[in-house]
Design a protein around this ligand. Sequence first.
Ligand code: PSU
Ligand code: MN
Length: 305
Amino acid sequence: MHALTLGAEVAAARDAGAPLVALESTIITHGMPWPQNLKTARAVEAEVRAAGAVPATIAVMDGRIRVGLDAPELERLARAEGVMKLSRADLAVCLAQGRMGATTVAATMICAHLAGIAVFATGGIGGVHRGAETSLDISADLQELAQTPVTVVAAGAKAILDLPKTLEVLETLGVPVIAYGQDALPAFWSRDSGLTAPLRLDRAADISRAHQMRAALGLAGGQLVANPIPVADEIPAATLAPLIARAQAEAEAHGIAAKAVTPYLLGRIFELTEGRSLAANIALVRNNARLAAAVAIAMQDAASE
Ligand code: PSU
Ligand code: MN
């Protein structure tokens, strides 16, 4: 029983040994409103291509894990309602029911690895939520980074999270958290979280080498590359802090829980910033796609030496 279907472009790239970059789909169905979600998904794929790699957007459609969607499929997903948000726990049930599902960071890592893709670009990973002392809300993305060998390029963890606790959990799980080109851990919409990242690398080739070295050492899991949003697109952390606090309080007041928390907070912050957070989110995903493509190319170069 094999549930994987590669898109034509992805299959050709894999046969030719061309560099591939996996892309997730929860950001399309649960992270951004229509029609910006489709526009962004297309723009992110275009960034990967322009940088010399092949994009593989991953989702569950018609009872199959689809690795690489064509244009009509991408639009069908972006317009769909009632799409399941899939993490490690949900993937098999969604497939068994033949439903449509969007993959989070955790599920995208699983599917990318099944398809032989080692690099993945997203916006921001899930992490330890504020108030996790009582809610125990910790994203399954963190566990996945500890066990699946995919390098994830993100703009840090989302600033709606408790970043110090997120770093602590990643350290406990043995996940390398690597800031790209700076010492500070980026905070999604802002370049600087005020925390120093545990590790730093300045070149795509070094990120590729570190990935290969982990495998050579027999260490399970991937690495998190935290790529700061471009200067021109960032929203300073001080501007966002009160808006995040307000969205957080509203989520609690409305009893928002479990999988609904992240989409709710992103949606409220979009409203409270009058769309500025979405523009920044789009810019940072595109920026991550470019770096992920460079890492994928460096991995192919190393493999063909
Ligand atoms: N990056 C974005 N927007 C998003 C996400 C990432 O710019 O919506 C998604 C990812 O799929 C990530 C998920 O895995 O948010 C985290 O959800 P949770 O906190 O419920 O684990
Ligand atoms: Mn959660």
